[in-house]
Design a protein around this ligand. Structure first.
Ligand code: GLU
Length: 285
């Protein structure tokens, strides 16, 4: 590995109160940046139906209380839609996107019809059988002209065909892992409700912010394949990846936002100190 100082980030989605799992992830990122690197904070709030201003304000306050300091301004994805649009335009001009008019229930039905058994991506989502990819151009134009709601999907097979070398990601120990973006099918890059998606925004902003080490939970390991594909398509730099275990409760269940009792707010109110919270958020692996 290089001795160049690393840039890392903590990128929570403000859909609930900050909990110990978040604090563990934030310290993992901060500690990997080291004393000479940069640790950034980014708020991933493109989902306007689930994200709340209140949770953003509380997140910043809780992180400061627990002793985390980040470099520079806090970046908010909801304010960066024009930048994501530029990326979509670029991919679309290369013929790598197609509009998909299917609703969620249609995707479920079509997937059941297309495959004998349900095909799931590594993240548990249903693999899209490509119905709208094969739509007649005139029909597609008609629906677009009528303003029918649609998502934009990445044509993964076409995208992979543009690459000159096998796609890999690199981990902190130097190991290389072969990517399998096709395992996710044609992922959505622009949603119906918001003209962007998690995969698009996270890779766009990691590149835009100069993040050189992406740290995230093990649950997001597999989606790295999609992110590496987007980086190659857009000519963005390739970061290194490090995955941390997820913090579990005493019964071994993964901490989730719904476990309000473990929110930093609740712990503070129950008399916890920043030190005790940092201790409780220590990752064991
Ligand atoms: N915003 C994502 C989340 O809260 C994490 C960002 C990432 O992919 O690292 O799950």
């Amino acid at each position: 590995m290089t001795d160049t100082p690393l840039t890392t980030r903590f990128a929570p989605s403000p859909t609930g109160p900050l909990h110990l799992g978040h604090v563990a992830a934030a310290f993992f990122a901060r500690d990997h940046a080291g004393p000479h690197g940069r640790f950034l904070l980014r708020i991933e709030d493109i989902d306007t139906t689930r994200c709340r201003e209140k949770f953003i304000a509380e997140t910043l306050e809780d992180l400061a209380w627990v002793g985390l300091a980040w470099k520079g301004d806090v970046l908010r994805q909801s304010r960066r839609m024009p930048l994501y649009q530029e990326t979509l335009t670029h991919l679309s001009e290369r013929g790598l996107l197609y509009p998909c008019f299917c609703t969620r229930s249609e995707v479920r039905r079509e997937a059941a019809e297309a495959f004998s058994a349900p095909h799931h991506a590594p993240d548990g989502s249903l693999i899209y059988p490509g119905t709208c990819q094969h739509m007649a151009p005139a029909e597609r134009q008609r629906r677009l002209a009528e303003g029918q709601p649609h998502t934009l999907r990445l044509d993964v097979a076409k995208a992979l065909a543009t690459l000159r070398a096998p796609l890999m990601w690199r981990e902190l120990d130097g190991s290389r892992v072969l990517c399998h973006p096709e395992a996710f099918g044609d992922v959505v890059l622009a949603r119906r409700d918001t003209p962007a998606s998690y995969h698009l925004c996270v890779t766009h902003d990691d590149a835009a912010q100069g993040v050189t080490l992406v740290t995230r939970g093990e649950d997001l390991r597999d989606v790295t394949s999609i992110h590496r594909l987007l980086q190659e398509l857009m000519g963005w730099p390739e970061p290194v990846y490090a995955f941390h275990p997820l913090l579990c409760d005493a019964s071994g269940k993964r901490l989730a936002k719904r476990d309000g009792a473990l929110s930093i707010r609740a712990l503070r109110e129950a008399g916890a100190t920043p030190h005790s919270v940092r201790q409780a958020a220590r990752l064991s692996a």
